[in-house]
Design a protein around this ligand. Structure first.
Ligand code: SF4
Length: 346
């Protein structure tokens, strides 16, 4: 992760609270089967996407690669959880020992999810994914033409992506879906994503919106306007309905004001499988661990911290998460959450 600056730290979420208060916000062992552990196994990446949230300091030459020894120590300590999601921070297939990392994960979770740009997939890696019983593969792609793909996925080739997506569809046992970031530049083109998915033989897609960040703005990639997103949402849902494609809008797709509109506008679409919840449940369900061993508490802008203990308690009931659960249970949200719920990230 090349980000060097975070606007918020543990101290800005809430003041230090007595242990007996924090303890009330701990999740219990019963939560294991629903817990989601996100894993960044490396921050190496084969692309230089101009809007990447993790890579705002592209000049950094330092990279981090989680070792298999550390991953085993981590997973033995945490124990079995419901889902391990591999793929934040960098491109997981850039990890020099991807097969070992995946097979370790496979022993510790009911569901394994892989998020990848797909460009490094080949017959061998698909075999590894099948052997590890990966249940879901999410391919990141924000274009349906070579020209836009080249712009959004700098360093990538659309024909290679398409070839690998077809290989996966033909030989993987996992549920395959495409995840797209909607921006001012590509929203018109993304209306055709369901048609592209039909051609690939993929039946599921998910959508999020660009998070404003300095790196994307430096590269001239901007968030769509409210009106553009409304027009896009209706158009892509009509296309998906017609073509039998399921759509999930992730919890960062819209700010809370827009959730009201989405809930009503999309009520009649059977292709939409999203709960438009106004509250944030992220800190109760999931935590992400970066390749350098730090915990990334949620998708906000909060500085990662090293866990005090490498076990279920230390990871899922870390002080930062306890504080987040505490503030989200009250009326006075910290600035980071207020910004996040408005779709602002800078
Ligand atoms: S609302 Fe707060 S806790 Fe939830 S994802 Fe955003 S920053 Fe994290």
């Amino acid at each position: 992760m090349n980000r060097t600056r975070f606007s918020f730290s543990e101290c800005t979420i809430a003041p230090d609270l007595p242990q007996h208060i924090l303890k009330k916000y701990a999740v219990s062992e019963d939560m294991r089967s629903r817990a989601v552990l996100g894993l960044g196994i490396t921050d190496l990446c084969n692309l230089r996407c101009p809007f990447c949230y993790y890579r705002q300091d592209s000049s950094s030459q330092k990279h981090s690669v989680m070792t298999a020894v550390f991953l085993k120590h981590l997973l033995d300590g945490v124990g079995r959880v419901g889902t391990i999601m591999v793929g934040l921070e960098g491109e997981p297939l850039c990890h020099p020992d991807f097969p070992t990392m995946m097979s370790l994960c496979a022993k510790h979770a009911d569901n394994i999810v892989l998020i990848t740009n797909g460009l490094l997939l080949n017959a061998d890696s698909v075999r590894v994914l099948n052997d590890c019983k990966v249940s879901s593969i999410i391919l990141s792609c924000d274009a349906t033409t070579s020209e836009t793909y080249r712009k959004m996925r700098r360093g990538g080739n659309f024909d290679d992506f398409t070839k690998n997506a077809r290989l996966l569809v033909a030989s993987s046992n996992a549920l395959i879906s495409i995840h797209s970031v909607v921006t001012k530049d590509n929203w018109r083109e993304l209306i055709r994503m369901p048609e592209f998915l039909n051609d690939l033989g993929i039946t599921h897609m998910s959508l999020t919106q660009l998070r404003n960040n300095e790196w994307s703005e430096l590269n001239g990639i901007y968030r769509s306007s409210y009106e553009e997103i409304q027009e896009f949402t209706m158009s892509v849902c009509r296309e998906a309905e017609k073509r039998g494609v399921t759509i999930v809008f992730d919890y960062l797709y819209a700010d809370r004001k827009m959730w009201h509109w989405l809930r009503e506008a999309l009520a009649s679409f059977s292709c939409v499988k999203s709960e438009f919840s106004e509250s944030c449940i992220s800190p109760w369900m999931s935590v992400s661990l970066l390749s350098d061993g730090r915990i990334f508490p949620c998708c906000g802008d909060i500085e990662p911290v090293f866990p005090e203990n490498i076990n279920f308690e230390g990871i899922f009931n870390n002080k930062v998460l306890l504080k987040l659960r505490y503030v989200l249970s009250g009326q006075n949200f910290p600035e980071v959450c207020r910004k996040c719920l408005r779709g602002e990230y800078i």
